[in-house]
Design a protein around this ligand. Structure first.
Ligand code: SF4
Length: 91
């Protein structure tokens, strides 16, 4: 006699999202508006047309994203304080 098909538990979208958020929390990350934070998500220098020289009066050390002495919150790699990219935002 063949086994009767077992009933499949209902898995709601909400329970899946809750499970995913719990997993992310266990890994020290947080889920905000569908985006997982806590993982490096910097853009490449090439993607933002980074250059080692200023553009007019715009330069990295006058940008809100610059992190002295040579980093950027948004862009990966070493950043020259007198550099520039398309993500520039004046302090
Ligand atoms: S200009 Fe670009 S690379 Fe420089 S600090 Fe701002 S966002 Fe970062």
């Amino acid at each position: 006699m063949a086994d009767a098909p077992r009933p499949r538990p209902e898995i709601s979208r909400r329970s899946l999202l809750t499970f995913a958020a719990g997993g992310a929390a266990a890994l020290g990350m947080s889920v905000t508006a569908g985006r997982v934070e806590g993982t490096p998500a910097k853009l490449s220098q090439q993607a933002v047309a980074y250059q080692n020289t200023p553009k007019n009066d715009q330069r990295c050390d006058a940008c809100v994203h610059f992190e002295p002495p040579s980093s950027c919150k948004l862009i990966e790699g070493e950043i020259n304080p007198s550099g520039w990219c398309k993500m520039f935002k004046k302090k």
